[in-house]
Write a new protein. Structure first.
Length: 439
């Protein structure tokens, strides 16, 4: 599992309160220097708030999976603790945002009075909605820390949207063309642990699996044969057998390439699993258009990242991190999701409850229905980029999965994860979530 960059967004108007287990609280000096980018001093107040907000989101959604020691654990399998991963990602994200801020004039970008007013309002609502202990623990006692993060994210959104307008988004018909096939997989659904052969199948079992696949391949009605075998038909679209990064083995795509619409393949064996395909379309119009838009978006993101990386490389020596001050940021005190408040409902039997905590939100548990710990860890690695960031100033999302933070209500941190997460929070849960809260 890979660690990815993260971008936070405020829980504007939502409840948040710290559950301190170490008793250390927030001892960071707001005015201390976190880093310098050229002549710009980035304060510890901003960096600490960014980091602690991310911690609050992770604590609220993932502590139940990984326990209170998760910040000292190597959740991504990269030899680093979650704390180390998070702090590295915060540093990179802040460098990105301040670099973009330094180049606003290059694209004639500025913040309007209306946007500044929306930022101030969102920050005030965030602080007013939370306890003093929560605000202290998350590093938001100084409203300027909250407002600066909203400014940076608004600038990042506006710069991103402007910069991608200059991207070469030419996509040829050949690049976009997609073929679509239906397929069935025939594989063993158990292992032989009692024989010490986990993941291996006796020859007679493999022969039976192949016989089932062969019967489907030779049937007159592909769909009926699959159903009669108690299996399920799936569909997939692809460009050609030369596709890079396909989840299918090359032999499967080569078999699909050899088919004409309506034809069914012979049985294809891949590591003990048998595939049978039917080509449904030699040129799937909808899949082709979807692929075209995917390629356009990728070209836009590549253009944006190339420019940003170029700026950072040219100015990398000018970005000076104050390691001594940054080391003071630790994830010891804990945050938790709020407990729903129970109120008696007029006209109902005593004991009937109405949960009214953050109207319009749902619990984090509901958003991870059936998810295992590994799924949760995958969701927790988010990509800052500009995907999934929210604008505080009411700028148009432009299809980039962004939201207006000033109107966010109980909006959570957003996650692009690099896969069009839309208004997803940094933990992978839906944006309308219960905010982290303190007792």
């Amino acid at each position: 599992m890979k660690s990815k960059k993260v971008t936070a967004m405020l829980l504007a108007g939502a409840a948040l309160m710290g559950l301190a287990v170490s008793g250390c609280g927030n001892t960071i000096s707001d005015t201390a220097e976190f880093a310098k980018l050229g002549d710009t001093v980035i304060t510890m107040g901003v960096a600490n708030f960014f980091a602690k907000y991310q911690q609050a989101v992770y604590d609220s959604y993932y502590m139940a999976y990984f326990g209170e020691d998760m910040w000292n654990s190597d959740l991504y399998g990269n030899g680093k603790t979650l704390s180390e991963d998070m702090k590295e990602n915060v540093v990179e994200s802040l460098q990105d945002m301040y670099t973009l801020k330094a180049h606003m004039a290059d694209y004639d970008i500025s913040l309007s009075e209306e946007e500044e007013a929306a930022i101030t309002k969102a920050a005030e609502e965030f602080i007013a909605a939370n306890s003093k202990e929560a605000i202290r623990q998350i590093g938001a006692e100084n409203p300027e820390n909250v407002k600066e993060m909203l400014r940076l994210q608004t600038i990042q959104k506006k710069m991103h949207d402007r910069m991608i307008q200059d991207a070469d988004t030419t996509v040829t018909d050949e690049e976009a063309a997609q073929r679509t096939f239906s397929y069935v997989t025939v594989a063993a659904d158990h292992t032989h642990e009692e024989e010490g052969e986990e993941g291996e199948h006796p020859e007679e079992e493999l022969a039976a699996l192949k016989a089932t696949a062969d019967s489907i391949a030779s049937a007159e009605d592909f769909d009926k044969a699959v159903t009669d075998a108690g299996l399920t038909v799936s569909t997939a679209s692809y460009g050609s057998a030369a596709d890079e990064g396909s989840s299918f083995d090359t032999s499967v795509l080569e078999a699909a390439d050899a088919l004409k619409a309506g034809q069914v393949s012979q049985t294809i064996e891949v590591d003990g699993t048998y595939y049978v395909l039917r080509l449904d379309s030699e040129h799937d119009e909808q899949a082709t258009e979807n692929k075209r838009q995917e390629l356009i978006s990728q070209k836009q993101e590549d253009h944006y990242n190339d420019i940003l990386d170029g700026w950072k490389e040219a100015e990398d020596a000018a970005f000076q991190l104050n390691e001594e001050e940054w080391a003071k940021v630790v994830f010891e005190d804990r945050f938790k999701a709020p407990e729903p408040e129970t109120e008696s409902v007029s006209g109902t039997e005593e004991g009937t409850a109405d949960t009214t905590d953050n109207a319009g939100t749902e619990s984090a548990a509901d958003t991870t229905d059936g998810a295992g710990a590994q799924d949760a860890a995958d969701a927790a690695g988010t990509d800052a980029g500009t995907q999934g960031t929210e604008s505080a100033a009411g700028t148009d999302a432009g299809g980039q999965g962004t939201e207006n933070a000033a109107d966010a209500g109980a909006q959570g941190a957003v996650d692009g994860a690099g896969n069009d997460a839309g208004a997803q929070d940094a933990s992978g849960a839906d944006a309308n979530e219960d905010a982290p809260q303190a007792e």
